[in-house]
Design a protein around this ligand. Structure first.
Ligand code: NCD
Ligand code: ZN
Length: 346
């Protein structure tokens, strides 16, 4: 059995930088036509100049004619200016601006502690019609880590959308039924990405027979009922749920540590992992929409030309892949995946 998909896009991806980036970018270039590259480098990708220079480094790491288009997001800080936004709005390679609540996740310390300090920037984004990409978790230590997304939706996203009704927003990597219901109920200007791990696993995976750092990401895996809501959203009719892997590689030692980093590497098998999730839901016929159409439509990009083929065949995921001086352990390491992306595109 095989299925053919129009060439897909990954609307949420961490590529890192330097030798590590050069080792992993090929995985995404093989799988996807376009990606949105997250800006949480150290230091962050703050300005248009930072983003364009980073984009050049990404392109330079790929063979000529790879046909891969990295789209860039700026990192919103409390020093971002409306001018930065005006410049970004004029640049086709810049697709949006990423909001990390300060301290919410990996390299989010330069993020926004108080949204009141970026009001003029959000107004400029609304004016220039530049989407806001949100890591939707509150950082209040009094809020249970499993509730941080739901509390963000209620306390932050609701008021933000009331204040900036024309701002296009992507709630990244939704993980809860609460967030899915909120997106469904909010018809205008709001969409959400869904990762493969949140479709395939619930929080039991973190503790199966011991502590499993390679299943740890932020937002953290949630309940089985949340996972089911995500599967319903990804395979359902609402066009505002689309593919964003949040593939976020860390060196093996940084994960397998007394204080392991948040982030799951899935770029090696992104489409295959989604195919597994859709097949289990009996919804393989919806994968093309989710992976290749809805995101492009939301971002007002043309749909890709060309296609890729997924063949039903078992393969064993390697224990690790090269990652600069280190190795990165991929999602599903050592396990069998039963879809395989065919290397030659049609
Ligand atoms: C991401 C990373 O490592 O950059 N980690 C993660 O767990 N998803 C950051 C992020 O998107 O939260
Ligand atoms: Zn991310």
């Amino acid at each position: 059995m095989e299925i053919t998909l129009p060439r897909s896009d990954d609307f949420h991806l961490h590529l890192r930088d330097g030798a590590a980036m050069a080792d992993i970018v090929g995985h995404s270039a093989r799988q996807f036509g376009r990606v949105i590259v997250m800006p949480n480098l150290k230091p962050p990708v703050r300005t248009v100049a930072d983003a364009l220079a980073y984009r050049e480094r990404i392109l330079a790491a790929l063979p000529e004619g790879a046909g891969f288009n990295p789209l860039m997001a700026l990192y919103l800080t409390e020093t971002t200016t409306p001018d930065d936004i005006a410049r970004a709005g004029d640049e086709a390679a810049i697709i949006g601006v990423k909001l990390y609540p300060a301290g919410a996740t990996t390299n989010a310390d330069a993020g926004v502690a108080d949204l009141a300090r970026v009001r003029s920037v959000l107004e400029a984004m609304q004016r220039h019609d530049l989407p806001l990409l949100i890591h939707g978790e509150v950082t209040d230590p009094d809020v249970d880590v499993f509730d941080r997304e739901a509390v963000f939706v209620d306390r932050v996203l609701g008021p933000l959308r009331r204040d900036f009704p024309a701002l296009r927003i992507v709630l990244e990597h939704v993980t809860t039924r609460h967030a899915v219901d909120y997106v469904r109920a909010s018809k205008d200007h709001l969409a959400a990405t869904i990762t493969p791990q949140h479709l395939l696993y619930n929080r039991n995976a973190l503790f199966a027979g011991g502590l499993r750092p390679h299943y740890y990401c932020l937002p953290v895996l949630k309940l089985e009922s949340d996972r089911q809501a995500l599967v319903e959203a990804a395979t359902g009719d609402d066009p505002r749920f689309f593919l964003g892997t949040d593939s976020a590689p860390h060196a093996q030692g940084a994960k397998e540590s007394a204080c392991g980093c948040a982030g799951i590497f899935s770029a090696h098998a992104a489409l295959e992992l989604y195919a597994e999730a859709f097949e289990r839901a009996g919804a393989l016929d919806r994968l093309a929409e989710f992976a290749s159409q809805r995101g492009a439509d939301f971002y007002r990009l043309p749909r890709n030309t060309g296609s890729v083929r997924l063949v039903k065949t078992d393969w064993r995921v390697p224990d690790a892949y090269p990652f600069g001086e280190d190795r990165v352990v991929p999602l599903g390491a050592g396990e069998t995946i039963n879809w395989k992306l065919s290397v030659e595109s049609l």
